[in-house]
Ligand binder design. Sequence first.
Ligand SMILES: C[S@@+](CC[C@H](N)C(=O)[O-])C[C@H]1O[C@@H](n2cnc3c(N)ncnc32)[C@H](O)[C@@H]1O
Length: 266
Amino acid sequence: MKLEDLNKEDLPTNEMCDIARKHGTDKFQHGYTKVYFELMKDKRYTEISIFEIGIFKGNSLRLWHEFFPKGRVYGSDNGRLLPNSSAILGSGNQNPSEDDKRLLEEHAVVADLDFKWIENERIKCAIADQRSNVQLQAAFKYFGCEKFDYIIDDAQHYQEHQQKTLGLLFPNVKSGGYYIVEDVCDYQELFQNNKYWGQKRADCTDCTDYVFEKYMKDGILESDYMTPEQVRYVTDNIADIFMYDCFHRNNSPINGSARLLVLKKK
Ligand SMILES: C[S@@+](CC[C@H](N)C(=O)[O-])C[C@H]1O[C@@H](n2cnc3c(N)ncnc32)[C@H](O)[C@@H]1O
């Protein structure tokens, strides 16, 4: 299967959509579970490992736990929106707490949060900023696992965060596995409507959407947030790539322009 074919086909709703809805993760509303099912169905009953960055209420970790009965499920989060965090304030809140503002600084985390409320014999979680290699490596040590069949970035969704995490973690995807970035914003929508979602260039050309659409067209990956070595590693190891454009597809209910970037590893 070529990944791009998933954009052409009218993907059906499936059992994973039902499980996602049951656990309350928005992966269902965004149409993401239609794509995930295609990428994951063949491995459903094997001992896969899946690592998701961004835990929130743990709903998606419960989805993976149920969908993969033999799977190992790992999660990390900087603590910003965890149920037991002092920083809880949604993004877009007009009066963010000092804790919340601090959490946009690199490597800042809410320490000392435990995950007793979600961990079990197949789910393990750790506190880590998604841009901190040191913190992510410490998380892997705690997990006892550093190579994953699937890595999903569903955390801050800012351009810098998405691309830094990809640069750091693409080596941690197993051969034949997938790295997926959720909620990739439409850079034109940000630009035209003067919206801010973590971009630093005024013309929005540092947006993940722009960077990877361009790579898919001309094979040149240019990111303000990845080192030249990381860029080389990523481009040398992409087996296939596509951007699932939920927003512009009429068969996917979605409120907002949130695309899904999928990279398959050689
Ligand atoms: C969209 S929610 C995750 C939703 C969850 N994956 C689901 O589907 O139910 C985003 C999470 O990312 C976390 N987050 C925000 N900034 C982060 C960062 N810099 N590093 C790691 N996690 C971060 C927030 O605390 C929040 O819990």
